[in-house]
Design a protein around this ligand. Structure first.
Ligand code: FES
Length: 131
């Protein structure tokens, strides 16, 4: 891992030169964000997801990339690298996707603001009280 420079313009983080990342390959940047990110190249474009399966905290970068689908190595949940959505169980939710830009041989990522994905109390009173 090299070339990581946090605090670039527009809150972007420099990933360095990824022109050597071939189609169908991915690279982990474990020091970016809370769980690291995995950057994938598909059909010439770069995509980045949080490198942590939403099912049971496993690095997706250790999984398999086929087309736009990144499959978790542990139980096989698949995520679309374009937007982080999942294709179904065992994952119950997607993972964060991050905007990646590549210009003049330098790739930069802007981390998405984490969405609230837990089941905390709902302020609108729509929960059914069971006790
Ligand atoms: S940890 Fe990824 S599918 Fe279970």
């Amino acid at each position: 891992m090299s070339g990581i420079d946090a605090g670039g313009p527009d809150d972007s983080i420099e990933l360095g030169d990824l022109t050597d990342l071939a189609d169908g390959d991915m690279r982990c940047f474990e020091n970016i964000g809370d769980d690291g990110i995995v950057v994938c190249r598909v059909k010439g474009d770069l995509y980045a997801l949080t490198d942590n399966c939403s099912h049971a905290d496993t690095p997706l970068s250790e999984g398999r990339l086929r087309g736009y689908g990144l499959t978790c190595p542990l139980h096989g949940a698949a995520f679309d690298v374009r937007d982080g959505t999942h294709s179904g169980p065992p994952a119950w939710e997607g993972v964060d996707s991050h905007e990646v830009d590549e210009a003049d041989g330098v790739a930069r990522v802007v981390l998405a603001r984490p969405e609230r994905r837990d089941d905390g109390p709902v302020a609108d009173g729509s929960h059914i009280q069971t006790r």
